[in-house]
Design a protein around this ligand. Structure first.
Ligand code: NAD
Ligand code: FE2
Length: 383
């Protein structure tokens, strides 16, 4: 690998939104803002619309993203965008509104339904896109990916295209201060999963390795603090930086087995994305580790849970144990504790395993992953 793609401009830090004004001004005169109901009525939205107003930028707000995005929500957004007269798009919110902004931008200039683009590269001259995350998790502000549910097939589609990388990422960690514990844990563990998967992916290379190690170290140190002290501004800033670093990593080195197996759980059981990753983390990586002992061992040594006298195998296992520890600190439930019915779960394992492998993500794992392997791992989550 040698191709490294990032947003044209990134503004990152605490209380940095206003610094992005000149960049927003260059993007157009009327913004189509994509968001969810909660963010639409928040102080964050007030700050954004006031900034646009001060800079003579008109806007229209689409707040129809009422959870993780579906094809239907995207169609509604496209319809509103086409009649709005807007010349650029701003996604503000968690990964769901950011992904939706990308999908709406793409489907405004492409034929057919978004599901037609599953497995293909999305192209086209899309409107300029700015992304403002309000969670420290997905890193969608820096990625070419958009995850949209095909409501007919019950599949969370991983759609991609370099044109979807936002032109401008505004990562203002003040937006994440005070986020509820459940959102902090799920989104923070999503970012951790991104960094670990990208570092141990077949597609990993020098440019992403550096950022991945940095993100893992920040998250192991600061996620427990952000979780226990929701108003801790330093921990929030470090988590926002880590999520951005991890987003850049997956954009260039991809995710692997955990995300591949997490999307089917999300699609069928509506568990928040980061939480289903966390539920899978230990079992998936315990499976994958024998293909990449050295990489997992490096993470163990870099984070201080292992040292130079440990063999790679021991250091790697210590690191995977430390991942389970941080999930425990963040009070991640089991499927059973989350209230999933065992029989229903078992009846879906075969479809989930097939969909996981079909998504392509498990194939990025260094160790080969088959449908049968996924079936065995899914079973281990609910004995
Ligand atoms: N595009 C990518 O590269 C990429 C990567 C990983 C995941 N994803 C996708 O992103 C989606 C998940 O995104 P997410 O984890 O950010 O969750 P989300 O966007 O669904 O938000 C989760 C909840 O947090 C709330 N919320 C958001 N910001 C808040 C704030 N500042 N304060 C209080 N509440 C707030 C939202 O209203 C919502 O209820 C999934 O669909 C996942 O598959 C995309
Ligand atoms: Fe993710």
């Amino acid at each position: 690998m040698s191709h490294f793609v990032i947003p044209n401009h990134t503004v990152v830090g605490t209380n940095v939104l206003s610094e992005a004004a000149p960049l927003l001004k260059k993007m157009g005169n009327k913004a189509f803002i994509v968001t969810g109901r909660h963010v639409a009525v928040s102080d964050m939205m007030k700050q954004l619309t006031a900034l646009l107003d001060e800079n003579g930028i008109d806007c229209v707000i689409f707040d129809g993203i009422t959870g993780e995005p579906t094809d239907t929500m995207i169609e509604n957004g496209v319809e509103m965008l086409k009649s709005s007269g807007c010349d650029f798009i701003i996604g503000i919110g968690g990964g769901s509104p950011l992904d939706s902004a990308k999908a709406i931008a793409a489907m405004a200039v492409n034929e057919g339904s978004i599901a037609d683009y599953n497995g293909k590269e999305i192209t086209g001259e899309i409107l300029p896109l700015a992304a403002i995350p309000t969670t420290a998790g997905t890193g969608s502000e820096a990625t070419k990916f958009t995850v949209i549910t095909d409501s007919e097939k019950g599949i969370k589609m991983l759609l991609k295209g370099d044109v979807l990388v936002p032109k401008l990422a505004i990562v203002d960690s003040s937006f994440t201060v005070g986020t509820p514990k459940s959102v902090t844990s799920a989104t923070g563990l999503d970012a951790l999963t991104h960094a670990v998967e990208a570092y141990t992916s077949r597609k990993a290379f020098s440019m992403t390795d550096t950022l991945a190690v940095s993100a893992v170290k920040r998250i192991m140190k600061y996620l427990p603090i952000a979780y226990k002290e929701p108003d801790n501004s330093l921990a929030r800033e470090q988590m926002s930086i880590a999520a951005l670093e991890a987003g850049i990593c997956i954009n260039n080195s991809s995710v692997t087995i955990v995300h591949g197996m997490s999307r089917p759980i999300g699609a069928l059981f509506h568990i928040p994305h980061g939480m289903s990753n966390a539920m899978l983390l230990k079992e998936c990586l315990s499976f994958a580790v024998s293909g990449a002992y050295e990489k997992f061992a490096n993470l163990g040594r870099e984070t201080g849970v292992a040292n130079d006298s440990d063999s790679d195998e021991t250091a790697a296992e210590k690191f995977i144990d430390s991942l389970q520890n941080i999930c425990d600190v963040c009070e991640i439930p089991t499927l059973e504790q989350y209230g999933i019915d065992r029989d229903e779960y078992y009846s879906k394992i075969s479809k989930m395993a097939t969909d996981a492998v079909a998504s392509g993500s498990p194939a990025n794992t260094v160790k080969e992953v088959t449908v049968d392997d996924c079936i065995e791992i899914y079973k281990k989550l609910y004995v």
